[in-house]
Design a binder for this molecule. Sequence first.
Ligand code: HEM
Length: 424
Amino acid sequence: MSSTQPDHPEAIDGFNLIDPSGYEDEGHPHSSWTALRQASPVHRCEPEGYQPYWAITRHADICSISKTPNIFLSSPGIVNVQGGLGIDRESGVGAMRTIIEMDPPEHRVYRKVSSPWFTPNALSRLDEAVEASARELVDELAGESGEGECDFVNAVAVRHPLRLLSTILGVEREDEPRILRVTNELFGADDPDLQREGEDRDAAMEALGLELFQYFSKIIEDRRVNPRDDLASVLANGKVADKSMGPMETFGYFLIVMSAGHDTTKNAIAGGMEALVANPLELARVKADQELVNPLFEEIVRWTTPVNYMMRHAARDCEVGGQAIREGDALALFYASANRDESVFEDPFVFKADRHPNPHLGFGYGEHFCLGANLARRSARALFRELTSRIEFVESAGDPVWIRSSFVVGLKSLPLRYRIRPAG
Ligand code: HEM
């Protein structure tokens, strides 16, 4: 916890909770959240340059809000960005619609287009590809000698989810780096190292959207003529009320799967590895008992909480945690704070590979519960199984660097030195 974060509720205006630079410099604002959970769990924030909002920091309040999606809406916007989004929502890519920004009853209808594809049974068909990706990446790390140094984010964390998402969305292997670059540019929009070059940010974002639209349109056309066993085919041929989805809805679906699926999983994998390096006894326990890989990944999602918050807007006057909320008010559900709620988790600031129970909110809760949670679990568990069973030694080889983002939060680089059992 950083000492520079305000820890008296009266001093917390919400700026440090939502501004990306603090996350880059100091990581999560845990001391502020801890203070808010105790003294002002539904806290009015009016940070300069941002939309005023209520900071919701307790697990129970986030759950009750998420269970009433008719009152707490996602469609007015799920992020709080300095100066607003600056995107024209009426035309171009700004008009694109995705399930994460829909409300019931429409949300359920669109979610159902793909949800059968994401059930554990249906996903088991991907196990072979997932395990092959994990093995290849760890083989590559090990090389012939088994010893080496790497930036774990770029060597492994970025590549494992990218390969899987590319497979399910029909992206050719040689196009993976390009799709990665464009996704980074879109979701690292606050980070100068990840942004698309160009003076005019709005024009740059528009160009980015167009590039992806053209790329996925080709895949959509192909899967309409030659459907296969992949998610791309399900989305390309998806119907709502017996009619094919419109081009913006179909494109939006590709984009939300790609973007919601990639950086989140990448940040969980990188942050999980960092936690194992920092907690060698936990790593040793998982090495000794591979059954722990499943609870380990749940603990990693709690610990890292890659989706830091989601916004909701009140559809009418109501009350949350005894606090009056007015129609139109914005609320930030800080999942990362709920995941350290001391009334729910024993020793919330301790990383425990076998934590049980672990009712974390890292995948959200209720109506918008992560559609890809089962896929993320299958793919990350395969990777941590491969890593923990083969790592003989690992230590930090330099300071980790955080992404400049308050929304999807995580590491940009994680230098490691290691010895890993080579292939064969
Ligand atoms: C560790 C990895 C992941 C984390 C931590 C994560 C987290 C989340 C969270 C917190 C939400 C809830 C959003 C809300 O409250 O409005 C969400 C929704 C969503 N996630 Fe994930 N996610 C992960 C992986 C994935 C993957 C792999 C995919 C797709 C392949 C995916 C696709 C989605 C979609 C489509 C939604 C929107 C669901 C809806 O609005 O009904 N996620 N995710």
